[in-house]
Design a binder for this molecule. Sequence first.
Ligand SMILES: Cc1cc2nc3c(=O)[nH]c(=O)nc-3n(C[C@H](O)[C@H](O)[C@H](O)COP(=O)(O)OP(=O)(O)OC[C@H]3O[C@@H](n4cnc5c(N)ncnc54)[C@H](O)[C@@H]3O)c2cc1C
Ligand SMILES: NC(=O)c1ccc[n+]([C@@H]2O[C@H](COP(=O)([O-])OP(=O)(O)OC[C@H]3O[C@@H](n4cnc5c(N)ncnc54)[C@H](OP(=O)(O)O)[C@@H]3O)[C@@H](O)[C@H]2O)c1
Length: 488
Amino acid sequence: MTTERPLRVAIIGAGPAGTYAADILSKSDLDASIDIIERLPAPFGLVRYGVAPDHPRIKQIIVALANVLGRGDIRLLANVNIGTDLTLEDLREHYDAVIFATGSFHDADLDIPGIDLEGSFGAADFVSWYDGHPDVPRTWPLEAKEVAVFGVGNVALDVARVLSKHVPDLMPTEVPANVVEGLKGSPVTDVHVFGRRGPAQVKFSPLELRELGHVPDVDVIVYPEDFDFDEASMEAAEKNKQTKLVVKTLTDWTLKEPTGASRRIHLRFLQAPHEVLGEDGRVVGVRMERTALQGDGTVKGTGEFIDYPVQAVYRAVGYWGTEIEGVPFNHDRGVIRNEAGRVVTEDGEAVPGFYATGWIKRGPVGLIGHTKSDAQETIANLVEDAPALYANTRATPAQLSPDNLLRLLKDRGVPVVQWKDWEVLDAHERALGEAEGRERVKVVPREEMTDIALGRVSGNDAAAGSGADAAAGGADPAADDDEHAWSI
Ligand SMILES: Cc1cc2nc3c(=O)[nH]c(=O)nc-3n(C[C@H](O)[C@H](O)[C@H](O)COP(=O)(O)OP(=O)(O)OC[C@H]3O[C@@H](n4cnc5c(N)ncnc54)[C@H](O)[C@@H]3O)c2cc1C
Ligand SMILES: NC(=O)c1ccc[n+]([C@@H]2O[C@H](COP(=O)([O-])OP(=O)(O)OC[C@H]3O[C@@H](n4cnc5c(N)ncnc54)[C@H](OP(=O)(O)O)[C@@H]3O)[C@@H](O)[C@H]2O)c1
């Protein structure tokens, strides 16, 4: 496509969806000038802040994402939040098109009595804590001996595994220092993971499930009375390779004797959460309702209740997208309203120049690789719309200059972290890791991250304070005339 100037495109979110979208757009026929705007001081979204630290092989996907973001033709503007640092109006004034790739960060609600008791947590919050997310508290109350996890997806597996793994087995990973300290004191002995449907309906990946069977000093226990297969279950186990493997692993475990390990993960099926039981405002147990399969893989409550004494509950019943004010949002599904990636109003009318991709487009399910096909669809539609995007742009030629947006952010005192700044922080985290024989030790506090990235703190000061709660020494977060921070 021949045009007088490149199409200016902002991608909001530097997770896999945003990064793949940038890559695909940059390789399309359209001449595009692309900024990726990310609210955290670090890129990579849930690959950095969701994928479990003891899954270093999956974390390696960061290398491929970094190859895109560090290539030089796509500009990363991190530590910039859409909604506060920049408004939708700013985006409309500085770009011809905006792609929302903001993913999901919060837990879906579970509306049962007692869910708000002290000791009842969302899995997403726990994940953010153990993965060193800068915007969550640094400490986590790990006081329970017995724990319940609701949900049988891969997040439930991650939570159960991290809760029950002994700290030395996590040490080779990039788990942050404050998390190591927190987990060290955990008295946990039993983690009960509850699925409301049967073994053929669990959402575990076969590999992740099998991994659970190899965690040192942890027994995985399943209960034959929890096993039932209706017609739909049999069909799924026959036709779907994943289901077949998962059912085989679970069924094999019914024959396994516990080894006497000091910690146990109990996988329980056909039990739906009915109530979190409390005493003096704290969790003391869960009441589960036995369910029965209906033939089509769905279940119905039987009216039989079983109580389990637990002192903490984690709901791992899915993530939920966050609304950006002014962008049409489907509150029933927790996604931006869209048709094949084109943002639409409640009446189905296209919102010119707005697109969505990744979890915020499709909902919080699917693996990292799935966000690539999302991006392909969204970008194909954006490229098709390009003539209209040029014709209808609200941006003036001066506003469209990439320098202009950076100047605006500087005027607002936003300490933008660009790719070269991230590289400084990345090198710093790797150096911290190397000193301990680990790949990386994450810097957790947001201010410390930006101070290191922007060279506002010396290596020694940073090393003394990083990895845990310490505030960055010697930094002046208000300083905004640092050449390094604002170079374009
Ligand atoms: C706990 C957990 C573990 C997982 N483990 C695996 C795994 O092992 N393997 C696998 O294949 N998949 C895994 N997944 C799934 C995988 O993480 C997702 O498929 C993928 O991250 C979705 O990509 P995304 O870019 O849509 O969203 P995200 O990865 O969430 O990225 C969205 C980005 O947008 C940014 N953002 C949000 N709001 C704003 C705003 N207002 N302004 C600017 N930026 C904003 C966020 O900070 C974030 O960086 C896991 C998911 C979870 C929850
Ligand atoms: N290692 C990995 O590859 C990895 C790790 C983590 C996450 N991920 C991916 O990230 C995505 C999100 O994972 P996730 O675990 O959050 O979601 P998920 O796979 O959708 O699992 C959610 C679980 O919660 C249950 N649930 C939902 N509402 C419930 C309720 N009201 N009561 C009881 N149970 C309820 C679901 O049961 P029903 O099926 O009955 O609804 C399901 O078992 C998935 O695609 C996952 O594969 C991958």
